[in-house]
Design a protein around this ligand. Structure first.
Ligand SMILES: NC(=O)c1ccc[n+]([C@@H]2O[C@H](COP(=O)([O-])OP(=O)(O)OC[C@H]3O[C@@H](n4cnc5c(N)ncnc54)[C@H](O)[C@@H]3O)[C@@H](O)[C@H]2O)c1
Ligand SMILES: CC(C)[C@H](C(=O)O)[C@@H](O)C(=O)O
Ligand SMILES: [Mg+2]
Length: 366
């Protein structure tokens, strides 16, 4: 297949982990006879510095002309919020909104080799396999009015029925091909938007009789993610709750550096990015874990290109390399040498190159 991919490395560790994911994509293209044309663009702080705009028109055009987008991470202390009340925009919200990428899929799956790195007891973490379906283009992030004076600040939480319906449908569809359970997370004991959310879920469930539905308040959900994470299958929730719960859930499997994500809409176009940010504390040191970026590239192959086998080959390579004991610093066992981003990526490339090209899927983030 021939595909065009817009690559937006961004800031901090973004370029370091994106470069790793690009190497993996190039190897996949060679091994599976695909042609991936890459076009690079600026986003975030890098784009502000070069062009004065975090999501420049050139970047939007490059993405528009592509079949999918691979993004590293954006932001950092140089461009983030400051006490004087600037309203920073790091480009991420703009690109998500511009392309209508309303569904953010964040799979959290126990990695057997990393159970020791999880803060949870092994028996709690070992069966975790959940998918957070986060609404991405509405809610507090985008609601108007939104403003700030010296004395007060306003953000607005608003959701339309239509916005809720399409993300809830997505969650039900995913549950059907997973373990058939949807947990809808809200704060319906307080928020009107949550009461509408709950109503829509209740209406929708009739169309999916094969899926079990439960409602959970977000505060107790945060607790249950730690006490009983294996109980979850698909978790559907609004923008801000999903942001917070997904960082929380990521550590169950060892590190934020492990968690990939897909931001998609209904026609197959998508933006693929690690859940983590630009890691200012480790940027430039060459020690970032590139697994989340590499696994995001795998999600791109699966969700935008329908290349399930290729995606699974990457996911299995990540498992194998970790099982073989090769780790970056964030997940390294005490007393072992941590690999650099580049060294670990080399291991992945070697593993992928040595694997037989097969249709047999053993481990997949689906
Ligand atoms: N998708 C994105 O582009 C995205 C996501 C989250 C935060 N951000 C931005 O990133 C900047 C920093 O935010 P933050 O510090 O709160 O969150 P962060 O995710 O960048 O870092 C949180 C912690 O996790 C560690 N970490 C993150 N990714 C890692 C990796 N791949 N390997 C090893 N360790 C990793 C960092 O070193 C840090 O200690 C902010 O400007 C924020 O707005 C961007
Ligand atoms: C950087 C920030 C705007 C972003 C978000 O809140 O959506 C990030 O935290 C994420 O999880 O992708
Ligand atoms: Mg986040």
């Amino acid at each position: 297949m021939e595909k065009t991919i817009a690559v937006l490395p961004g800031d901090g560790i973004g370029p370091e982990v994106t470069s790793a994911a690009v190497k993996v994509l190039k190897l996949i293209a060679r091994r599976y006879n695909h042609s991936f044309k890459l076009s690079y663009g600026l986003i975030g702080g890098a784009a502000i510095d070069a062009l004065g705009n975090p999501f420049p028109e050139e970047t939007a055009d490059a993405c528009q002309a592509s079949d999918a987008v691979l993004l590293g991470a954006v932001g950092g202390p140089k461009w983030d919020a400051n006490a004087s009340g600037n309203r920073p925009e790091n480009g991420l919200l703009a690109i998500r909104k511009h392309f209508g990428l309303f569904a953010n899929l964040r799979p959290v799956k126990a990695v057997p080799a990393l159970l020791g790195a999880s803060p949870l007891k092994e028996e709690k973490a070992s069966d975790v396999d959940l998918m957070i379906v986060r609404e991405l283009t509405g809610g507090l992030y985008f609601g108007e009015p939104k403003h700030r004076t010296h004395e007060a600040a306003v953000d607005t939480l608003s959701y339309s029925r239509e916005e809720i319906e399409r993300i809830v449908d997505k969650a039900f569809e995913l549950a059907r091909v997973r373990r058939g359970k949807v947990t809808s997370v809200d704060k319906a004991n307080v928020l009107e938007t949550s009461r509408l959310w709950r109503e829509v879920v209740e209406e929708k469930k009739a169309a999916y009789p094969d899926v079990r539905v439960e409602h959970q308040l977000v505060d107790s959900c945060a607790m249950k993610l730690i006490t009983d994470p294996a109980a979850f299958d698909v978790v559907v929730t609004e923008n801000m709750f999903g942001d917070i719960l997904s960082d929380e859930a990521s550590v169950i499997t060892g590190s934020l550096g492990m968690l990939p994500s897909a931001s998609i809409r209904s026609d197959g176009f998508g933006l693929y990015e690690p859940v983590h940010g630009s890691g200012p504390d480790i940027a430039g040191k060459g020690i970032a874990n590139p697994a989340a970026a590499i696994l995001s590239a795998a999600m791109m192959l699966r969700y935008s290109f329908g290349m399930d086998t290729e995606a699974a080959a990457i996911e299995e390579a990540v498992q194998t390399v970790l099982e073989d004991g090769f780790r970056t610093a964030d997940v390294a066992e005490e007393g072992t040498r941590a690999l650099s981003t580049e060294e670990w990526t080399e291991r992945i490339l070697e593993q992928l190159d040595s694997e037989a090209v097969s249709d047999h899927i053993l481990f997949a983030y689906m």
